[in-house]
Design a protein around this ligand. Structure first.
Ligand SMILES: Nc1ncnc2c1ncn2[C@@H]1O[C@H](COP(=O)(O)OP(=O)(O)OP(=O)(O)O)[C@@H](O)[C@H]1O
Length: 469
């Protein structure tokens, strides 16, 4: 196997933290220490090989950006070392590589040269960079006049067109608009196919699973796990939702996780991945597959209620005549749950209190994926048969029954209640809650063979036979 492109040994970083801003100056003037040492990154051992796309996940403050900055050479380590081979293009903090008083054009020249391109090379690529950034006449304005979106566009345009051997991206994509994000993903795919190594931080589980060959889970400055993206993301999600008192035990459980390689099962899993269009590496840099055997999860496929499993993205609209409350998911026999089992039937139940008279009323629900795709929705009434009239003070209870034909992952429940607006005669939301609750579907051993959002397989899911002759 080739030498690693990125190699870190015992890599660690501490920051000095001061209780008050003035303490830094006092320390400087008196020479007496006024700081405490904060360990942002412990001792990380890591090897990343040419052509790998590696995603880094972890809770806020877990050390992801610090690790990227150490690899990019923007920060110097306190412990250990890191070596990177080839041309590195890094998109770190927003605008970090730009000089605010220089124009976009000047910054492109400077930035690309810092990335190792000769002036003539930058000039030859300038049109391409300008077209990709697509910020019009702002290219000749000082960067301090740019919106955050423009800054990302320009930074990306330079990095992506510098033909890097190693591309490092710290959530920069989250700032651009959707169309630009798609353009970047397409270009990243090209860079990756050309054999570059890509390292990126993302809070989007879907991006990590869809784009990466391998993922790293950082927590409190420690590298807890490196492995297959879906295995790492599953544990990251458990960690995010774990109540504080269970976190330490879960950290230990994740740290002690030893992937098991089962060639037969994995071969079938990779076939399914290929059909789904996902690129999977033949092996991890350690020379063995970092495949997690789903049977190692003792808690898998057990219905239960986890109080910590709540969305952080809830948007509760101001009620306009009605109020949705007491929303919960239940099993068919009425037990409250939010960890569900594939294939079972569940009930989403909520109540609506009407604060004023309402007409043509209809309640609804939708299930969304982590990346915001509506996977399923249903409403209480069709266009022809709304609840004609509901008087002020009424309380309604609504139940939606659904089958979990979804694959393992976290899903979000959106609910709303619509009625007819008397003044405009249009249908309006009387109340609406986006990401009102979430649930997780845990895996079954046979999930190893499947990809996508839905499990539409029947039993037996697949049969084969050798044809005579
Ligand atoms: N210059 C600094 N001085 C002091 N503390 C810092 C500095 N930079 C980072 N830290 C601290 O180090 C820890 C790790 O920070 P880092 O930015 O690497 O986390 P992260 O995982 O990228 O977080 P997020 O997901 O919120 O971006 C945090 O607690 C942060 O407050």
């Amino acid at each position: 196997m080739s030498a690693p492109v990125i190699s870190a040994r015992g890599l660690g970083k501490d920051f000095r933290v001061y209780a008050k801003p003035g303490d830094r100056l006092v320390e400087l003037l008196t020479g007496r220490p006024r700081h405490q040492v904060f360990r942002a990154l412990g001792e990380v051992d890591l090897q990343i090989h040419a052509g790998e796309t590696v995603g880094i996940v972890g809770r806020n403050g877990s050390g992801k950006s610090t690790l990227l900055q150490l690899i990019a050479g923007v920060l110097q380590p306190n412990r250990g070392s890191v070596a990177v081979q080839g041309r590195v293009a890094a998109l770190l903090e927003l605008g970090s590589g730009f000089s605010p008083d220089f124009t976009g054009r000047e910054n492109v020249m400077l930035n690309a040269q810092v990335m190792g391109l000769r002036r003539s090379e930058v000039e030859a690529r300038f049109d391409r960079i300008e077209r990709f950034a697509d910020i019009g006449s702002f290219i000749d304005q000082p960067v301090r006049t740019y919106s955050s979106g423009m800054m990302v566009r320009l930074a990306f345009a330079v990095a992506i067109n510098a033909d890097p051997d190693v591309l490092i991206i710290d959530e920069a994509l989250a700032v651009g608009d959707e169309a630009f994000q798609r353009k970047c993903f397409a270009r990243i795919e090209e860079i990756r196919e050309a054999g570059a190594t890509i390292l990126f931080v993302s809070h989007s589980a879907a991006s990590v699973v869809n784009l990466c060959d391998r993922a790293l889970l950082l927590d409190e400055g420690d590298l807890l796990m490196a492995g297959r993206p879906k295995d790492v993301v599953a544990r990251y999600q458990r960690l995010v939702h774990a109540p504080l008192e269970q976190r330490q035990a879960l950290r230990e459980e994740i740290r002690s996780f030893k992937p098991v390689w089962d060639s037969e099962r994995e071969a079938a899993g990779e076939l399914a991945q290929d059909v789904g269009g996902k690129h999977e590496p033949a092996a991890t840099p350690e020379g063995k597959h970092a495949a997690a055997d789903i049977r190692e999860w003792p808690m898998e496929a057990q219905e239960r209620f986890e109080p910590g499993l709540v969305p952080e993205s809830t948007v509760d609209f101001v009620p306009s005549g009605a109020r949705i409350h007491d929303l919960q998911l239940e099993t068919a026999d009425g037990r409250r749950v939010n960890v569900l089992v594939p294939g079972h039937a569940y009930v989403l139940r909520y109540r609506v209190h009407f604060e004023r008279d309402a007409h043509a009323v209809e309640m609804g629900m939708a299930i969304k994926s982590v990346d915001g795709i509506t996977l399923f929705g249903q409403s209480s009434h069709g266009r022809s048969g709304f609840l004609a009239g509901v008087t002020a003070g009424t309380d309604l209870e609504v139940e939606f029954r659904f089958l979990t034909r979804l694959r393992p992952g976290t899903y979000f429940l959106n609910v709303g209640c619509q009625g007819l607006d008397d003044a405009s005669n249009e249908r309006v939301f009387l109340h609406r809650i986006l990401d009102a609750a979430c649930f997780r579907i845990e895996g079954m051993p046979t999930d190893r063979y499947k990809v996508g959002y839905f499990d539409l397989s029947d039993e037996p899911a697949c049969r084969w036979r050798t044809l005579p002759g």
